[in-house]
Design a binder for this molecule. Structure first.
Ligand SMILES: NC(=O)c1ccc[n+]([C@@H]2O[C@H](COP(=O)([O-])OP(=O)(O)OC[C@H]3O[C@@H](n4cnc5c(N)ncnc54)[C@H](O)[C@@H]3O)[C@@H](O)[C@H]2O)c1
Length: 251
């Protein structure tokens, strides 16, 4: 059990990757708060995972300071000793729009959820971790935070900013034993994408770019989160870990 007696918050825990992270954290013995702005998704994840261990759900809008504050207060009350050991900032959106068609509202909304949400939750949780001996913060970036992809200008910009946000936090928080890293997945195939029915040609073209010849699985990303949350990664901070089947070696 890699995460025995660790207390973890996962934002975006109602989604494909977030819910898999929650499942793996529970398997490894963590006590978990799954937070999301989609109540229906939270209910469905709770139904699937209940019985696996200590699990709570909480509605949160990560773009709202008061809502994030409520989440952190809730965590302090639920978790033993009021300790938060792990924060996984996974909530995110990525609307497709060409740069020239991207209106300011869309750009702002993506920044508010992906970047400001990560900033606010991290800052509030860091304040708690500083007085409880430290912890691990894992921020979801993307290979889109390293290399640009057309049609995703706001998303790319937000994910790139998350990498340097994380590095700066790592610099300033190391002395409190708080580690901060970002995770950069390439294409991770999810149920939602399959339901959306991506055109076969698009899938084939994408797979051609991946040396391992396939999309990633949510559980592969979740395993990386387990590692970064665990004491096995105790000397890893301020870095971004790419998990993309080798895709960006060659772009
Ligand atoms: N799937 C991929 O290929 C891939 C690749 C790289 C990075 N990522 C990143 O991984 C994360 C999860 O992606 P996913 O594929 O599981 O998507 P998803 O849409 O299934 O999950 C995202 C979750 O975030 C929640 N969310 C959105 N806005 C929110 C808000 N304001 N407050 C709280 N929760 C909110 C959604 O309700 C959803 O449950 C995202 O940050 C995404 O950018 C995904």
């Amino acid at each position: 059990m890699e995460l025995k007696s660790k207390n973890a918050i996962i934002t975006g825990g109602g989604g494909a990757i977030g819910s898999e992270i929650a499942r793996r954290f529970l398997e490894e013995g963590a006590c978990v708060i799954i937070a999301d702005n989609n109540q229906k998704a939270l209910d469905s994840v709770y139904d699937k995972l209940r019985g696996m261990g200590d699990i709570f759900t909480k509605v949160v809008d990560v773009s709202s300071e008061s809502s994030v504050n409520d989440l952190v207060d809730f965590a302090e009350k639920q978790f033993s000793g009021g300790r938060i050991d792990v924060l996984a900032n996974v909530a995110g959106i990525g609307p497709f729009k060409k740069f020239i068609d991207t209106d300011t509202e869309t750009f702002q909304r993506v920044m508010d959820i992906n970047l400001k949400g990560t900033f606010m939750a991290s800052r509030m949780v860091s304040n708690k971790m500083m007085s409880t001996g430290g912890g691990s913060i894992i921020n979801m970036s993307s290979t889109n935070g390293i290399l640009a992809e057309e049609g995703l200008v706001s998303y790319n910009a937000s994910k790139a900013a998350i990498i340097l946000l994380s590095k700066t936090m790592a610099l300033e928080l190391g002395k409190y034993n708080i580690r901060v890293n970002s995770v950069c997945p390439g294409w991770i195939r999810t149920e939602l994408q399959d339901k959306a029915g991506l055109p076969k040609e698009m899938i084939d073209n994408y797979i051609k770019k991946i040396p391992l010849g396939r999309a990633g699985k949510t559980t592969e990303v979740a395993d990386l989160f387990v590692f970064l949350a665990s004491d096995r990664s105790s000397f890893i901070t301020g870095t971004e870990i790419v998990i993309d089947g080798g895709q960006i070696c060659q772009e």
